[in-house]
Design a protein around this ligand. Structure first.
Ligand code: AMP
Length: 483
């Protein structure tokens, strides 16, 4: 199918063509006609499926057909600053040949330029919930003229504790509106929320979170915690790693990995919630421009980063939530491109691995290294995993290990604009007025273990006590915060 078959108007087709998209992705094919018809939509799709265009294109088309009111007519609520900016950039890009204006607001930066942009007026507003509520409270945002509301990455919104902020926003929306809710997973809370905000929704499901992107080449190393750094630096130097996103469970862990890589001569930068906005942008810019090829991130910070040329994802620490594994590896292999996802698993993470393999229904192929897992006894106090409540500890015995033998270039214009204080741009041509905000365009180790383990629990235990320690135009502009 071609985009023309979706009955999109010429200004949108032209922009899509410029983006180099040849055919609509499945989520686009299914969602665009529904949104154009005015239906509410419940979309189950993960990042990388093209879901942004799936809602942005029909919204731009519907708004283009209405007369301009000078009021906000579409609101896109996203959990993170990065995702907000990305959404904003997408609106700018896809809407560059329409007269619509877009703006973006998010926390963690001075509000002055955002207020200025709101005063100038925008048709489409992309926002994170905290800052949006602040600005609504101060009387700078009026949503009574709204016709479309999009709740993007609803599960992440919930996960990050923004549900009350979302509910507060909902109180300001007109009852008569079109609502689109997108979520990679559909836990019960999201279903309840969907029931309360959607009217006779049409459900669209693509790439359910239980199926990982086929194009991604996944592998797993069983390695002791203290040796992960050695293995990472070896793989980064050995493999054909053009650009790697390394996930750690904690912010402190991310900083440590950067330091350790630095010692072994691999330049890397970290991006996480304890870094200033500027430091995060610098790191992202350096990574996107290719100045550094390794970015170390926590899940929240990495959320929404869209880097199309990402070649590798490393799970330095396995995530607590198996769905997060899928989100992480979805950072590579985007829109059908192949990528490599490498995971490290130490004895404390065996339960996480089991959960991941249960969810995906796949055994991740195991590779061996010169640092096989030799510590087969869990640390007494398992590390805190994730932001959510720690899981109840579960028994993991050595026996549970598998049997042996098992074997965009710098900141976009929009980001730059945002960092200065974004302004909505006139898209129409999607150009932002000069001086105004820029427009965005918008194993076996395990097993190895088997044998070596045999080497003896005692030895392992001993090693562990030592080694363990060593061990616009759419003129539209865009950005996120952990609010
Ligand atoms: P998203 O899931 O919206 O974050 O999109 C993931 C990536 O796919 C982005 O880099 C988009 O630019 C790209 N993309 C979206 N739609 C298409 C398409 N129809 N063809 C090719 N690439 C696309």
């Amino acid at each position: 199918m071609k985009f023309q078959a979706l009955q999109l108007i010429p200004p949108l087709l032209r922009a899509v063509n410029e983006c180099g998209y040849e055919t609509p992705s499945p989520i686009q094919e299914q969602t665009i006609p529904l949104v154009l018809a005015g239906d509410d939509v419940l979309g189950c799709a993960q990042t990388g499926t093209g879901k942004t265009a799936a809602f942005a294109l029909p919204i731009l088309q519907r708004l283009s057909a209405q007369k301009q009111t000078g009021r906000i007519r579409a609101l896109i609520l996203t959990p993170t600053r990065e995702l907000a900016i990305q959404n904003y950039d997408s609106f700018c890009q896809y809407g560059k040949y329409t007269p619509l204006r877009a703006g973006v607001i998010f926390g963690g930066v001075n509000q002055a330029s955002q207020v200025e942009m709101l005063r100038a007026g925008v048709d489409i507003l992309v926002a994170t919930p905290g800052r949006l509520n602040d600005l609504i409270g101060q009387g700078f945002v009026h949503l009574d003229g709204l016709s479309v509301f999009v709740l993007d990455e609803a599960d992440r919104m919930l996960d990050m504790g923004f549900i009350h902020d979302v509910k507060r926003v909902l109180q300001h929306l007109p009852v008569r509106r079109q609502t689109l809710l997108f979520s990679a997973t559909m836990p019960a809370e999201i279903e309840t929320l969907a029931d309360s905000i959607l009217k006779n929704p049409k459900t669209v499901k693509v790439d359910p979170v239980t199926s990982t992107v086929d194009a991604i080449d996944q592998c797993l190393y069983f390695v002791d915690k203290g040796n992960k750094k050695n293995l990472l630096s070896e793989l980064l130097q050995k493999e054909d790693v053009r650009s790697a996103l390394v996930f750690t469970r904690t912010k402190h862990g991310a900083d440590k990995v950067v330091k350790e890589l630095g010692r072994s001569g691999v330049e890397a930068m970290a991006i996480h919630g304890n870094k200033s906005q500027n430091a995060r942008q610098r790191a992202l810019e350096a990574f996107k421009s290719g100045e550094i090829r390794v970015l170390v991130a926590t899940d929240i910070a990495a959320r929404g980063i869209d880097i199309s040329e990402l070649s590798h994802v490393f799970n330095y620490d396995l995530p607590n939530e198996p769905e997060t594994y899928i989100h992480r590896i979805g950072r590579t292999g985007r829109a059908g491109r192949g990528g490599v996802a490498v995971s490290f698993c130490c004895i404390d993470e065996m339960d996480c691995l089991k959960d991941i393999e249960k969810l995906t229904g796949l055994k991740i192929p195991v590779r061996e290294s010169q640092w096989p897992m030799v510590i087969l006894e869990k640390t007494e106090k398992a590390p805190q995993q994730g932001r959510s409540a720690p899981r109840m500890p579960r028994e993991t015995k050595a026996a549970s290990a598998r049997p042996s033998g098992g074997k965009h270039t710098g900141l976009s214009a929009a980001e730059a604009a945002v960092s200065r204080g974004s302004t909505g741009k006139r898209s129409g041509a999607g150009q932002a007025a000069a001086g105004q905000a820029a427009s965005g365009q918008a194993a076996a180790g395990q097993a190895a273990a088997g044998q070596k383990a045999a080497a003896g629990q005692t030895g392992a235990r001993r090693r562990r006590s030592r080694g363990g320690r060593r061990h616009t135009s759419a003129g539209l502009p865009r950005r996120e915060s952990e609010n």
